[in-house]
Design a protein around this ligand. Structure first.
Ligand SMILES: Cc1cc2nc3c(=O)[nH]c(=O)nc-3n(C[C@H](O)[C@H](O)[C@H](O)COP(=O)(O)O)c2cc1C
Length: 191
């Protein structure tokens, strides 16, 4: 069974990206993947500073987050779009997990992995521009990003009162992305 780690690039209480990642996770699980859904709120990390790293090493939570990624075959990531790009929270976590410790291989968290990426916004573009930058970032550190991706626009109109995605078409699209990510992870791990 392939293992995926899923998370949103937002720790906002009513995060839209948290809402959409939950649906993609369902799709991946239905396709047979073992998915660990985490929140970055459980992995607080200081803003990366190379002097601090040299003096104190990798902080415990950052190392734990990195180890989750190392153990996984792939990722599902839902990112808010901040000023056309990814939020500092997400980039900082990705940066920390790119740092080598002990006998880990270079970029062990990312190389040879697959990722399905998505975004949600109240705006008309749905965060489409963050997906361009996030795709480039992940590909550059060795993670193959699925061609299919989803930018969910006007996401506030697609939720029920509890904040869960209730629009059937959106649920279908997000589940498909989760399923396709799981299927690509199976192919990559078999090759
Ligand atoms: C600093 C900042 C910049 C933002 N820039 C964009 C943007 O470029 N495009 C967009 O669609 N929404 C933008 N937004 C609005 C976010 O899409 C919105 O806050 C969204 O709810 C964040 O995702 P979340 O609900 O998962 O926290 C921005 C929000 C902040 C705080």
């Amino acid at each position: 069974m392939v293992k995926l780690v899923a998370f949103a690039g937002s720790t906002r209480e009513k995060s839209y990206n948290q809402a959409i990642i939950e649906v993609a996770v369902e799709g991946a699980r239905e396709a047979g993947a073992e998915v660990k859904l985490i929140t970055l709120a459980d992995y607080p990390m200081p803003i990366f500073n190379q002097d601090d790293e040299a003096e104190h090493g990798i902080p415990e939570k950052a190392q734990q987050f990195k180890e989750l990624l190392i153990e996984a075959d792939g990722f599902l990531i839902a990112s808010p779009e901040y000023n056309s790009s990814y939020p500092a929270l997400l980039k900082n976590a990705i940066d920390w997990a790119s740092r080598q410790a002990g006998d880990e291989k270079v970029l062990a968290a990312y190389k040879g992995k697959v990722a399905g990426i998505m975004a949600a916004s109240e705006g008309a573009l749905g965060g489409m521009r963050v997906l361009v930058t996030l795709r480039m970032l992940l590909e550059n550190i060795g993670t193959m990003v699925l061609p299919n991706q989803k930018a969910i626009s006007r996401v506030n109109t697609l939720l029920d009162e509890s904040g869960k995605v209730s629009d059937e078409k959106t649920i279908k699209q997000l589940k498909l992305l989760g399923k396709q990510t799981a299927e690509l992870a199976v192919k990559i791990t078999a090759s």
